[in-house]
Design a protein around this ligand. Structure first.
Ligand SMILES: *[C@@H]1O[C@H](CO)[C@@H](O)[C@H](O)[C@H]1NC(C)=O
Ligand SMILES: *[C@@H]1O[C@H](CO)[C@@H](O)[C@H](O)[C@H]1NC(C)=O
Ligand SMILES: *[C@@H]1O[C@H](CO)[C@@H](O)[C@H](O)[C@H]1NC(C)=O
Ligand SMILES: *[C@@H]1O[C@H](CO)[C@@H](O)[C@H](O)[C@H]1NC(C)=O
Length: 462
């Protein structure tokens, strides 16, 4: 029966919050430590079709920044750790870097922040001593180009910068970091209206402590919650507890006013045997529930009025990352652009672009969805699920399924995947490629190349 599918579609639409204006935002990290990723142009199309309006990079790669030009996607770029000592030692190095790597692309490419270094305190090359001066020099360069109000300077810190994170109210920074780097950095954020960047992975805490931490708590599912013995506040997710530990650490040294963005968070869809909790179902639950949580617009127990802003880690599985299996399996997409698991990302896009309720109900092309995209079936899914989705598309869905009838132009190849793809694409085009119209309960995904099934031609919109 098509009913369950239809209700799951309704379920997706019902995620759209009534008041989107003050909800948080969801972006994604576009890491590229892989030898099999699509071209940056294709990646930008993918981001648009998925309704993702914010992306974070780990460098200032020319092809990537050029592909992002005029896309309306906001971009966080990075000055890599290897350049910190040069940027700290020499203002003219920072000036040249900003000139070559920022002003050359801005404003066509909407760079909104520069991550100066990444997880610098745990860099085995000991670059911590250069961090604050490098940030100051990059900021001074931005001032010279009159870009300091448009582009913020920050630096993602790992959660391991904390000496204590439990209970959250007892959060504190490692004492050897406080005077040399944390305070000067937070002072700089204050002076420049910037914010702290934090990489937070409840997965690590869970995997290391699975016998003590409930999986439901780690995945934002229904759970009894955990009460902070320090202040009586109740936590319903490990993620919120981790973020509040950082807020508490800032408060403890007098920085109650500095804001925070979560620049990385994610859950691996696969891992080694000892990586407890890694897996596609958990990854889908974590990311899906995180997006819903962010889009409520509610802050954390300690900062209830500060909406959460997060960047998921990561866009793609990256096959050349070293380390345990999980490291190569954080992606929401395979390099083929097929989804690793189903997450309603379109909703993330809706959250960062104010749209009113009536528009959200009627799929439109207004949210940057391009006409040269197609919808195809995920052939790896079970036949039963696919057949139900096909029945829905051709029935209530109103797709044009005449070409896949026996003897018609697209009957061959006579496979469920080919027929479902034809029907899903018809539905998707008919609904103007709107957000959520190529999903079918996770049975379908968007592609930016014309699908090939025998001699059958898949229509596009225009
Ligand atoms: C972006 O748009 C601007 C203004 O229309 C144009 O001058 C520029 O060439 C475009 N950049 C790219 C990379 O397409
Ligand atoms: C621009 O950035 C790249 C990569 O971060 C770096 O190698 C290059 O030196 C930068 N250009 C300048 C002029 O600093
Ligand atoms: C440490 O620095 C060396 C020399 O610049 C570089 O080759 C290496 O990749 C760096 N290691 C890390 C982990 O950044
Ligand atoms: C970093 O500092 C540690 C401790 O001071 C030292 O043992 C190590 O050799 C240093 N590493 C590099 C690459 O300088």
């Amino acid at each position: 029966m098509a009913t369950s599918l239809f209700s799951s579609l309704l379920f997706l639409f019902s995620f759209i919050p009534l008041s989107i204006a003050d909800s948080g935002s969801v972006g994604i990290n576009y890491g590229r430590i892989a030898d099999n990723l699509p071209t940056p142009e294709k990646v930008v199309e993918l981001l648009k079709t998925q309704g993702i309006h914010r992306v974070k990079l780990y460098d200032t790669d020319k092809t990537v920044l050029t592909a992002l030009a005029n896309s309306s996607i906001k971009v966080v770029v990075a000055l890599p750790n290897e350049l910190l000592s040069s940027a700290a030692a020499d203002q003219s190095f920072a000036d040249k870097w900003v000139e070559a790597n920022i002003t050359k692309y801005y404003p066509s490419t909407e760079i909104e922040a520069i991550a100066v270094g990444n997880e610098v305190f745990v860099d085995p090359n000991n670059t911590t001593e250069f961090l604050v001066q490098a940030m100051k020099n990059v900021h001074s360069s931005l001032v010279k180009y009159d870009l300091d109000r448009s582009i913020k300077v920050s630096s993602p810190i790992a959660l391991s910068s904390l000496a204590s994170s439990y209970p959250p109210s007892a959060g504190s920074f490692k004492s050897d970091l406080v005077e040399p780097v944390i305070k000067p950095m937070l002072d700089l954020f204050r002076q420049t209206s910037s914010y702290l960047m934090v990489n937070a992975y409840p997965f690590f805490a869970y995997a290391g402590n699975a016998e003590k931490i409930s999986l439901d708590y780690a995945l934002f599912r229904e759970n009894p919650g955990s009460v902070d013995s320090g202040n009586g506040l109740k936590y319903n997710s490990l993620f919120e507890a981790q973020i509040d530990a950082v807020f508490a650490a800032m408060s403890a040294i007098g920085y109650d006013d500095v804001k925070l963005t979560v620049t990385e968070t994610g859950w691996p869809s696969a891992g080694d045997e000892n990586e407890v909790g890694a897996g596609a179902a958990n990854a889908a639950a974590y990311n899906g529930n995180l997006i819903k949580r962010v889009l409520t617009g509610n802050g954390t127990p300690l900062r209830p009025k500060d909406p959460l802003n997060v960047y998921l880690f990561a866009l793609f599985n990256e096959n050349q990352k070293p380390g345990p299996t999980s490291e190569r399996n954080y992606g929401l997409f395979y390099p083929s652009e097929e989804k690793v698991y189903d997450v309603p990302l379109g909703m993330a896009g809706a959250g960062s672009t104010p749209v009113n309720e009536s528009k959200a109900q009627v799929p439109t092309t207004e949210r940057g969805v391009q006409s040269r995209t197609w919808c195809v079936a995920n052939g790896k899914l079970g036949e039963e699920k696919l057949q139900k989705a096909l029945d829905y598309a051709c029935g209530e869905g109103g797709a044009d399924c005449r070409p896949i009838q026996p003897g018609a132009t697209c009957y061959d190849p006579n496979t469920l995947e080919a027929h479902a793809s034809y029907a899903f694409n018809s539905y998707y085009q008919k609904n103007a490629r709107g957000v959520g119209t190529c999903d079918f309960g996770g049975s379908a995904y968007v592609v930016t190349q014309p699908p090939r099934f025998g001699k059958c031609e898949f229509p596009t919109g225009h």
